[in-house]
Design a protein around this ligand. Sequence first.
Ligand SMILES: Cc1cc2nc3c(=O)[nH]c(=O)nc-3n(C[C@H](O)[C@H](O)[C@H](O)COP(=O)(O)O)c2cc1C
Ligand code: SF4
Length: 520
Amino acid sequence: MTRVFVPRDSGALAVGAEPVARAIAREAEARNIPVEIVRTGSRGLYWLEPMIEVETGAGRIAYGPVAAADVASLFDAGFVGGGTHAKRLGPPERIPFLARQTRLTFARCGITDPLSLDDYRAHGGYRGLEHALTLGPGGIVDTVTKSGLRGRGGAGFPTGIKWKTVADAASLQKYIVCNADEGDSGTFADRMVMEGDPFMLIEGMTIAGLAVRATQGFVYIRSEYPHAVATMEAAIAIARRAGMLGKVIGGGPLAFDIEVRVGAGAYVCGEETSLLESLEGKRGVVRAKPPLPAHKGLFGKPTVINNVLSFAAIPFILIEGAQAYAEFGMGKSRGTMPIQLAGNVKHGGLFETPFGITLGELVDDIGGGTVSGRPVKAVQVGGPLGAYFPRALFDTPFDYETFAKRDGLIGHGGIVVFDDTVDMAKQARFAFEFCAHESCGKCTPCRIGATRGVETVERIIAGDRRAENLAVVEDLCHTMKFGSLCALGGFTPYPVMSALTHFPDDFQAPPKGTHVQAAE
Ligand SMILES: Cc1cc2nc3c(=O)[nH]c(=O)nc-3n(C[C@H](O)[C@H](O)[C@H](O)COP(=O)(O)O)c2cc1C
Ligand code: SF4
C-alpha cells in the first residue's frame, strides 16, 4: 500500500487540499491502486500548497500546487511511484526553501500524522519528557535556562527564569497557560504547530508542569483558528486515553492535564494579563504589573504563561541538551526562530532558522521578493506593533538586541512585505487606527492617544499644517511609549515613528491616492 500525504493544515485547506484528498481516494479506487492517504500538517511552503507527497523507495516525492483537476493526470503519470509530471517538485527536503532551514521545532511538521501518537513516538516524541522525569524539577529549569531559550510570543523574556520564579513560588496550586492567541499580522507558526504537531505542544506543557509542580494547563486559542482548536482537542483526548495526560502520566508519579479555551477575538487578549482575565471569564482588560503572573497569575495562583513556540522548543532541548540548542543563534538570541514570511512576498511560508540571518536574505533570497514583481519598499517585522524597515536596513540580523537598537522588534517572528505602491503615511494612520480599535481602554495614553493619532495623521495626509502636526505625532508617540500600561499603546509608536523616520517623503508629498495595505 503506497502512502500519499495530503496536508490538513488550514493554509492548505484554504486552497483546496480537501477536494484533492477526495480526488486521490476516488481515482485510486477507480484504478484499483492501493493507496493510504495520510493527512499531515503543512511543511510551510504555502505558495506550493496543496503540496502532496508520496512515499517511494527513494524517499518522499512532492508535487504541488496540486488541484483536484490534476489528480487524474498525476495517476496517469505514475505519481504513486514518483513519476514525472509538470507538478513534480522532487524530494521535498531538496526544495531550496526547506533545504536552507534548520528545523528543530518544525522537524516533524508536515511529515507525521498530527493525531497519531505512534507516529509522534516514532519520530522522537515523548523522549523529552522521559529525560525530564530523570532530571526532576530543578534539573529541567536548569536545562531550559542554560539553553538560552527566550519567549517567542514577543517580549523575548528568558523562559528558564520565568519557570524558576514559578517553581520557587510557594503555592499548592499552580498553572501552565499556553498563549495561542497569535494575533500578530503575518504570523501562523503557532497555528501550524497546533494543527501539525500538537503532541509536541502537549509534551512541552507537560514538562513545564513537571518543572514547576503544576497539575493543570490551559491552551488559550484564538477563535479564528477552528482547525487548531479541533486538532488540539482531539490530541488532548488521545493523550488522555493513552495515559499521557491525566492523574497518572506514563504510569509514574506525575499528574498533569490540559484544557482548551477559545478566545473571543481581541488582539489585546494576547497580552498575558489580559489573556488571564479572559481565561477567568472576565473582559480582556490588562492588569497592572506587579504582581507578575509568575507570582499571581490565573485565579491568583503562580502561573507559567508561554507562547506555543516556547513550549514547542522544550522537547528538543530536553532530548538534545541545553548546549545543542544554545549552539545555534547569535549574541543573546539563542536557538532557532520559526520566521513567518507573509504579505506581498513570492515565497510566503514558515522558515525556521538560527538567529542571525539578515532581513535581506529572508526577504530577497528566501522570500524571492514580492509576488507583484514590484520592488520591495518596506517590511514590517514583529506584528502590528513592529517597525517598518526600509531596504537600507536589510543588513539587520534577526537578533533581539540588534532589532531593539534599530528601534524595531522581532515579536513573534512575522515579516510582512510591502511593495513600492504602499503609502507609509497611510500605514502610520493604520497603526494608530489599529491601536484605537484594539485598545482595552484601561490607560489614557493608549485609549485617547491612538484616536488623536489617527486624526493628526489624517491632517498630515490632507496637507493641513504638516510641520506642526508632524510635531504633534512625535509628541503623542513619546507620551504613548512612556505612559502606556502595556505594549499595545507603548509599542504603537514603533510602526508610526519608523514610517516617519524612514519614509519622510510619504508624509511630505500630496496624497497619492494609493491604497492602504492592511497587514492582516
Ligand atoms: C497587545 C499584546 C498582544 C500580545 N499577543 C500575544 C500573542 O498573540 N501571543 C503570544 O504568545 N504573546 C503575545 N503577547 C505577549 C504576551 O504578553 C507574553 O509576553 C507572552 O505570552 C509570554 O510568553 P513567552 O515568554 O513564551 O513569549 C502580546 C503582548 C501584547 C502587549
Ligand atoms: S496600553 Fe492600551 S491596551 Fe494596554 S493597558 Fe493601556 S489601554 Fe489597555
